[in-house]
Design a protein around this ligand. Structure first.
Ligand SMILES: C[S@@+](CC[C@H](N)C(=O)[O-])C[C@H]1O[C@@H](n2cnc3c(N)ncnc32)[C@H](O)[C@@H]1O
Ligand SMILES: Nc1nc2[nH]cc(C(=O)O)c2c(=O)[nH]1
Ligand code: SF4
Ligand SMILES: [Mg+2]
Length: 241
């Protein structure tokens, strides 16, 4: 029980700002490294080399101690994001088991490019395939297989979340929703300036209104849910929130 995980930051307790578990109080563990390079990534420091010296290799017990030091007894959920946590096998499997032993739920943010067996024991698995504006392409065979395995064997809840910047992304989102009609589906407006300082809420809200209007007018989106990045409305582009 000591596989190491590359960790770039831990923070919290904070409020989950996105998707199916929005509003839940949670700690965050952010892993280092991503197999994607999204043009608008709000966490590019996990892969662009700018923070590589801050990456720490930690095992599950060390992460648990770090989280307890930060959050005391003020949390019962830990969200593991990145980067792509699905690049990591044994270490995260052990961390999820340890969280469960302590009665803590595990939530995951990943893009659906890689499978890990530990997906099946995650309490809230968010799969976020990337639309055209990211510059990335979707391997539909891999995504199909992930969605099928979590749908048939997953112990926890799972959902899809697509970030939308423009009309082309919206079409892509509709394609994802249509392909997996039984999976809870979330749309999230993109933040098109992740380095702007100060209050960005007005910009984000106008993007949200644009997306609301599209969904309201579209019979193919009757079952979709549209949510902002709640934390970005409150804490803007601040890191560790
Ligand atoms: C930073 S990613 C890390 C987890 C994983 N790599 C992924 O992309 O799902 C976490 C979430 O933030 C979203 N995200 C990243 N940059 C964003 C932006 N500029 N605006 C809105 N959402 C963004 C991603 O689409 C993903 O749903
Ligand atoms: N508060 C808060 N909620 C989040 N939901 C997903 C996040 C992520 O970066 O994966 C995130 C984040 O960074 N902060
Ligand atoms: S997949 Fe996630 S972490 Fe990786 S570049 Fe895209 S948004 Fe960033
Ligand atoms: Mg974030």
């Amino acid at each position: 029980m000591s596989a190491k995980i590359p960790v770039i930051e831990m923070f919290g307790p904070t409020i989950q700002g996105e998707g199916a578990v929005i509003g839940v109080k949670t700690m965050f563990v952010r892993t280092y490294g991503c197999d994607f390079r999204c043009s608008w990534c709000d966490s590019a420091f996990t892969w662009d080399g700018s923070s590589k010296d801050k990456r720490v290799m930690m095992d599950a017990e060390e992460i648990m101690s770090g989280l307890t030091e930060l959050g005391g007894d003020r949390f019962d959920c830990v969200t593991i994001s990145g980067g792509n946590p699905a690049l990591i096998g044994e270490g995260l499997s052990e961390l999820i088991d340890l969280l469960h032993e302590r009665g803590i739920k595990a939530a995951i943010e990943t893009q659906g490019s890689r499978w890990q067996d530990w997906f099946l024991k995650v309490d809230a698995l968010t799969i976020s395939p990337k639309p055209p504006s990211s510059g990335m392409s979707t391997d539909w065979e891999v995504l199909d297989s992930i969605m099928e395995r979590v749908r048939t064997s997953g112990k926890g809840a799972h959902s899809l979340k697509v970030v939308v910047f423009d009309d082309e992304d919206y079409k892509y989102a509709a394609q994802v929703h249509h392909r997996y009609p039984d999976i809870p589906f979330f749309l999230q407006p993109g933040n098109d300036n992740v380095t702007e300082e100060g209050d960005i809420s007005a910009r984000l809200l106008s993007k949200l209104e644009w997306l609301f209007d599209k969904v309201i007018a579209d019979p193919d989106m009757n079952a979709a849910r549209v949510l902002p990045q709640l934390h970005a409305l409150i804490w803007h582009n601040k890191r560790g929130k």
